[in-house]
Ligand binder design. Sequence first.
Ligand code: ADP
Length: 159
Amino acid sequence: MNKAVFPGSFDPPTLGHLNIIERACSIFDEIDVVVAVNPEKHYLFSADERVEMLTELTKKFANVKIHVWNSLIVDYARINGASILLRGIRNATDFAYEFDLSLINHSLNNKIDTIFIPCEQKYVLIKSSTIKELAKFGGDISQMVPDLVAEKLREKLKN
Ligand code: ADP
């Protein structure tokens, strides 16, 4: 089976993430979306909340599964029988970062390769961190996240 892993923080999931997942669905037999839990990082949404949102947002795709992982992503891929890591690229800055990361992951496990999917033009400025900032100050994020995520952000920031 041609299985790919799409790892990320997804804090929160955006229309950019979903576009990558949707396009990957027609390339791979199965996509494991893996929600990263890194104790060094501060997340707005808990891992459970991120999984819940992604599960709801991807339920229309039969070949997408959502998981959580708190260690090296190459280990997740090895244990789960995937040889492809998938990453989205918005611009040259993303590329520089992702390229280095792909070399590190390949050096950790040379059976695992990274495939980059360039984002669509309309999603190029969509970034989870920007969305959180905008939402905090009441900015319009309706073109950047699904309604479900906009609602969860409103609830979260109210508390
Ligand atoms: P991470 O902390 O691992 O970078 P993110 O949730 O920010 O987690 O991103 C996960 C993946 O989704 C990365 O490959 C990132 O480049 C990609 N991505 C993020 N936003 C977009 C977007 N708007 N369009 C396409 N890919 C994106």
